[in-house]
Structure formats: C-alpha cells, structure tokens
Ligand binder design. Structure first.
Ligand SMILES: Cc1cc2nc3c(=O)[nH]c(=O)nc-3n(C[C@H](O)[C@H](O)[C@H](O)COP(=O)(O)OP(=O)(O)OC[C@H]3O[C@@H](n4cnc5c(N)ncnc54)[C@H](O)[C@@H]3O)c2cc1C
Length: 388
C-alpha cells in the first residue's frame, strides 16, 4: 500500500480540522492521537470555549474568528450537532481607554457588530451582574460559546465519514532522508510513512521538538471551576446571562449551557505543567480566588458550591500568536499550535489555512505572525491576563 499524502499528529481542534480540510481537498490522510479526540488531557477537551471577535486594536484575528464562526455554524448544521450557542459576549470595561474601547473601534471599522453599554443598560439587561467598579461594557451580540469537546469529536467523525483514518498511537518523528521526514514511529516501533506531516500536538509540541520549541512554547496549568446556582435560579443560564470576559481583571466565564453549570476561570498563568503526568486536581486557592471575584461581579453565585472542576493547560508563545509554519529543517513537516489560551475558536480557520499552505499558498498579509523563525516580541494583549 502506498504512503498516504498526509499524517496529522494530534486530534485536538487544530489537528482535527486540518485533517478534515485535507480530506476535503482530496488528500489521503491519517490522523493519529495518543488518547483519541476530546481526551481529557487535551487542551481542546473542556465542555465550552469562547468565540469572540474582539482583540483590542488587532485587526487580523477578528477576520479569522468570523470565518471560523461561519464554519462552526455551517458544519454544526450539516452534521446535526449544536456546536455554537449564541449567548453574546459581554466585556466588562474598567476604564475608558482600554481593550474594550479599542475593540469597539476596530470591530466597528470592520463591520462586525459590537455595542457599547452604559452601567444602567447592563443593570437593566442583566441585574445579576454587579457593575460598581466598572466604567461601561462592550457587547458582541453574535459571539458566544462553542461546545468544545463535542466539536472536536464531531469534526473527527466527519473526517472519518469522508474517508480519513483515525489511529490511536503516541508517535514521534521517525527516520529522515535529507531534509525530509519519512515516517513517524510509535513506542512499539510501528511506523507510519507519508508524503507530508503536520504536528498539531498542542502542549506536547515541545516534547516532540525540544530544540525547536522548548523555548517557544510554555505550558502552564489552568484551573477552571463550575459553580452551582441555588435550586430554581435560572439567572446564570445562557438564556439569561451572556458569556463574559473581565479583561483587566483576567477572568472569563460561560453561562450554563448544555446541562453544565456556569463556569469561570482565571486568565492569569498558573505554574508549569506536564500534560501527560500532571494530576487534574485544582488548587484550593483557585476556589477562594474565584469566590472573591464572583462576589465582585456575580454575587448571587459566590456562595454556591463548586459542582465541577477541570485542570487544563495553556501552551503559550512569547507574543501569544499561534505557530503555523514549515519546520525550518524539514521540508515536508509543518508545526501547528501555540494556541496561547485563545486558539480553540479559530480551529476551522486554522485547519483550512494549514491545508492552503500545504497545497502551495504563500503567507498573506498579517500571517507572518505565525512564523517559527521571526523574533517574537512581548505579549500582544490578545487575551486577558496574557500581559500580566
Ligand atoms: C482554561 C482554558 C480556557 C481556554 N479558553 C479559550 C477560549 O475561550 N476560546 C478559545 O478560542 N481558546 C481557548 N483556550 C485555548 C484553546 O483551548 C487551545 O488553543 C486549543 O484547544 C489548542 O488546541 P490544539 O489542537 O493545539 O491542542 P490539543 O487540544 O491539546 O490537542 C493536541 C492533541 O495531540 C495529542 N498528542 C499529544 N502528543 C501526541 C503524540 N506524541 N502522538 C499522538 N498524539 C499526540 C493529544 O492527545 C491531543 O489530543 C483555552 C484554553 C484553556 C486551557
């Protein structure tokens, strides 16, 4: 049997969508994952992820986010799966000249819906939100929550229905021939050869390419908490509360969707974390910090019990831009990752872009930010907490 056109290593949101688009482009493709799509160690595996267009003054990511949203909507409909919940995203602004004002200016210029809301308007629409330390809010009505694990499993199933192969194996780069990789190899010595390879292994990328990526991708532990409202209290359900981000406070939250409780997480970086061996038990200090924040913002939830928790990880580049580039020494190898705490939403666009590049497209304007070799500066402020 001849080698397939493409092997993709990693069935998180980036690898799964890359495999899907590769099949659509007619490439014979094998997707390999150590534990399978949506496995609990993967960064893409929480129940929900936020999709928003606001990126402060950055005008590049809003276009990617809108295109990705169109794909999430379209393919969710096609596959009969709800992958997106249009809750809107509410940005709590602590002062006039910050991320939120820059986002309003940028999105308005791009024709993407965003509203400025006064404290009175927030109070009348969502009286459960405490606003006395805020200046105003920005509201993106067409943004919301993605059903993350369900989305990754859904796109992998679609890939298989269209003739792609999924294999469960932990692999690493195998034999070389000059500047080409010939195969990947599993712990048992089994090899999978291909014409081209995409490594989309999220927080495991520095393990697979320690010399190239060890200094470029930092992996930190991030605690996520789900708080239980009082019996019969629907104020934290997505019908009554939007998804929200407190950019300057470095907190984010998703209302109750899909039978889960309302969720929140701190966007400050946690300690270094090993995604394979790390125990997924949250730090008790995270509970105290979350309650203190809820008292300031959603006080009726602050005394509710923690009903679920997750430990996830960020795989962050120095400037928080993603990595999507050819390996500098291996002509047929691409590295895709560095989600930096904001990569999930872009999954469909990232996969589409990777396949365009694999098939010969050059990087377009603004896309040099994904390069493995350009010097990366300070955090670009694309995510709350990323500059602290
Ligand atoms: C708490 C938290 C909140 C976040 N919130 C948001 C948000 O609201 N919006 C947003 O857009 N993004 C958000 N993100 C970021 C987003 O989740 C990530 O950018 C994205 O999920 C990364 O996907 P990935 O495909 O690169 O990696 P992963 O999802 O980690 O996928 C990598 C896959 O590779 C596999 N693998 C690893 N090693 C091997 C190997 N040797 N062989 C085979 N397979 C292997 C793993 O099993 C895994 O399935 C958040 C992240 C966290 C942690």
């Amino acid at each position: 049997m001849s080698a397939p056109d493409l092997v993709v290593v990693g069935a998180g949101v980036m690898g799964a969508w890359t495999s899907f688009w590769a099949r659509r482009a007619g490439l014979s493709t094998i997707l390999v994952d150590a534990w399978g799509p949506g496995n609990p160690r993967a960064t893409s595996a929480d129940d929900t992820r936020i999709i928003r267009s606001s990126h402060g003054s950055d005008g590049f990511y809003p276009g990617w986010s809108r295109r990705a949203l169109a794909h999430w909507r379209r393919f969710g409909d096609e596959w009969g799966e709800q992958l997106f919940v249009e809750t809107g995203v509410l940005w709590f602004a602590h002062h006039e000249d910050g991320f939120e004002t820059a986002s309003i200016d940028t999105l308005t210029g791009l024709g993407i819906p965003i509203e400025r809301l006064s404290l009175d308007e927030i109070g009348s629409r969502w009286p459960q939100v405490r606003t006395d330390d805020l200046a105003f809010a920005a509201f993106e009505p067409e943004a919301g929550g993605l059903l993350a694990r369900r989305g990754v499993v859904g796109v992998t199933r679609a890939f298989e229905r269209e003739g792609g192969q999924l294999r469960i194996a932990a692999v690493r780069p195998g034999r070389l021939h000059g500047s080409r990789l010939i195969d990947v190899v599993g712990a048992d010595g089994a090899r999978i050869a291909a014409e081209r390879f995409v490594f989309a292994a999220g927080p495991w990328l520095p393990v697979l390419f320690p010399t190239l990526l060890g200094g470029l991708v930092s992996v930190t532990r991030q605690d996520v908490l789900y708080f239980g409202p009082a019996p019969g209290d629907e104020r934290f359900d997505h019908a009554h509360l939007p998804t929200w981000v407190d950019y300057d406070g470095a907190w984010f939250g998703v209302p109750a969707v899909d039978g889960r409780a309302p969720k929140l997480g701190s966007d400050d970086y946690g300690p270094p974390f090993d995604p394979t061996t790390g125990e997924r038990l949250i730090d008790p200090d995270s509970v105290d910090a979350a309650r203190a924040f809820l008292r300031r913002r959603l006080p009726a939830l602050a005394d509710g019990p923690v009903v679920e928790t997750r430990v996830c990880q960020y795989e962050t580049t120095p400037d928080t831009n993603f990595i999507i580039d050819r390996h500098p020494e291996l002509d047929n190898v691409w590295i895709v990752g560095g989600g930096s705490g904001h990569g999930f939403k872009h999954g469909p666009r990232i996969g589409e872009y990777v396949v365009e590049r694999l098939l010969g497209a050059a990087a377009g304007p603004g896309e040099e930010r994904f390069s493995l070799t350009i010097p990366r500066g300070a955090p670009a402020g694309l995510r709350s907490g990323s500059s602290r």
